[in-house]
Write a protein that binds this ligand. Structure first.
Ligand code: KG4
Ligand code: ZN
Length: 356
C-alpha cells in the first residue's frame, strides 16, 4: 500500500468549486493549499440551480486547480494521487469533477479515489486535530443530510439517527427564506438570532420525546414541523420587522436543543470520549457552544474551522488520502452518483447497551 506524497483533491458536488493539495507529513497528511470558489450566481434565485452550478464548475475548475497547485508550490507532475467527490450531490455538478479527476489521473498515471462527500465532512477535523481517532460520535449536519453516527473505526460507521424529512441545514435555509434572509439562510439566521430574545417564541422540540424510549426512533430527527411552526408564527406576526430576530432565536434554540440532546445521549449511552460536529451547520456557534456545555466533564467536542466545515476539497483529500493509503483505488469506470451510498455505513440496529 502506497501512502501518497502529494495528493490533489477536487470537490464539485454542489455550488462550491474547490481544489486542495495535501502533502505527506510526519503525522499524516498536511494541508498545503485549499482554494474554494463559491458560486454567487445562485443567490439571485434563492437556491442552487443545478444547470448553472455545472456550467460554473466547467469554467472555473481548471483555474481553481491551477491556483491550488500554485499556492502549494507544487507542479502538476509532482501530484501522485487524486481524490475527487463522486457523490452524493447534484449529478451534473459531480460529473464535472469526476471527469476532470479521471482524465488527469490517466494522463499522470496516478491512482484515483472517488470520495463520498459525507465521509469528507467526517474527515475534515482530522486536518486540524491530527490526534482525532475513533471511537467517537459524529453529528454530520449539512444542507442535504443529518446523520448521527458512531465511528467505531475509520471506515466503519454505525448509523443511529437520520432525518425523516428536512435536513438541519435545509431547515435553516427554509426558515431563512421565511424570514426574508436570502440564500443560504444558515449564517444570516445565526447572526440575526444572536440579537433575538430567548424564550419569546418557544417552538416545539421535534422528536425529543423519543429519547426516553429504546425504540427505533430514539435518534431520529424531523424538522419540517418546526419549520411549519415558524411559518405560522410569521403569518401571525403583525410586525415582522420587530419580531424577526426573536423568531430566528426561537427557531435556532429549538433546533439546536434537539441536535445537542440526541447527540449527547448517544455519547453517554455508548460511553464515547468525543463528539465530532461536521458539515456546514457545524459552523453554528450556538450549536458548538451548546454541545460543549452539555458534554462538559463527559466528552470533548471537536469540530473543524468554518472554512473546512462548509464544502471544500481539503476534506475530500483527507478522506481520499486514507482510502488510497489502504490501496483503495478507482479506475476509469468511476461514476458520479447523486445517491452514492456511504461506504462502511452499518444501518442494522445494535442493542445500545451492548459494549462497542
Ligand atoms: O456542508 P455544506 O457546506 O453543504 C452541503 O453539503 O450541504 O452545508 C451547507 C449548509 C447550508 O444549509 C447552510 O445554511 C448551513 O450549512 N450553514 C449554517 C451555518 N453556516 C452554514 N447553518 C447554521 N448556522 C451557520 N452558521
Ligand atoms: Zn457538504
Amino acid at each position: 500500500m502506497t501512502v501518497p506524497g502529494t495528493l490533489l483533491a477536487i470537490e464539485t458536488s454542489c455550488d462550491e468549486t474547490s481544489a486542495a493539495v495535501l502533502r505527506r507529513g510526519a503525522a499524516g497528511p498536511a494541508l498545503a493549499s485549499c482554494v474554494i470558489l463559491s458560486q454567487d450566481v445562485h443567490r439571485i434565485f434563492g437556491g442552487v440551480v443545478p444547470e448553472l452550478a455545472s456550467r460554473a464548475h466547467l469554467t472555473t475548475l481548471g483555474p481553481v486547480v491551477d491556483q491550488a497547485l500554485a499556492e502549494a508550490g507544487v507542479s502538476l507532475e509532482e501530484v501522485d494521487a487524486i481524490a475527487v467527490t463522486a457523490g452524493p450531490g447534484l449529478v451534473g455538478a459531480l460529473l464535472v469533477g469526476v471527469m476532470y479527476g479521471k482524465t488527469l489521473a490517466r494522463r499522470l498515471g496516478v491512482p484515483l479515489h472517488g470520495v463520498h462527500h459525507l465521509e469528507g465532512h467526517l474527515f475534515a477535523p482530522t486536518l486540524e486535530h491530527p490526534d482525532l481517532a475513533p471511537p467517537f460520535a459524529a453529528l454530520l449536519v449539512s444542507g442535504g443530510h443529518t446523520l448521527l453516527l458512531e465511528v467505531q473505526e475509520w471506515g466503519r460507521y454505525r448509523l443511529h439517527g437520520t432525518t425523516r424529512d428536512d435536513a438541519a441545514g435545509e431547515a435553516f435555509d427554509k426558515v431563512g427564506t421565511l424570514l426574508g434572509l436570502g440564500y443560504p439562510g444558515g449564517p444570516a439566521l445565526e447572526r440575526l438570532a444572536a440579537t433575538g430574545r430567548p424564550g419569546r417564541y418557544r417552538f416545539p422540540r421535534p422528536m425529543l420525546d423519543t429519547l426516553g424510549h429504546e425504540g427505533p426512533d430514539r435518534y431520529t430527527f424531523s424538522f419540517s414541523g418546526l419549520k411549519t411552526a415558524v411559518l405560522r408564527a410569521v403569518q401571525a406576526s403583525t410586525d415582522l420587522d420587530a419580531d424577526r430576530a426573536d423568531l430566528a432565536r426561537g427557531f435556532q434554540d429549538a433546533l439546536v436543543a434537539v441536535l445537542v440532546e440526541k447527540a449527547a445521549m448517544l455519547v453517554e449511552q455508548r460511553d464515547l470520549p468525543v463528539l465530532v460536529l461536521g458539515g456546514g451547520v457545524a459552523c453554528n456557534t450556538a450549536l458548538r457552544d451548546a454541545a460543549t456545555a452539555r458534554l462538559a466533564g463527559t466528552a470533548r467536542v471537536v469540530t473543524a474551522s468554518h472554512r473546512l466545515n462548509t464544502d471544500n476539497a481539503a476534506m475530500i483529500g483527507a478522506a481520499g488520502w486514507r482510502r488510497l493509503s489502504e490501496g483503495e483505488r478507482h479506475d476509469a469506470d468511476l461514476e458520479a452518483r447523486a445517491d452514492l451510498p456511504f461506504p462502511g455505513l452499518l444501518t442494522s440496529p445494535e442493542p445500545l447497551g451492548s459494549p462497542r
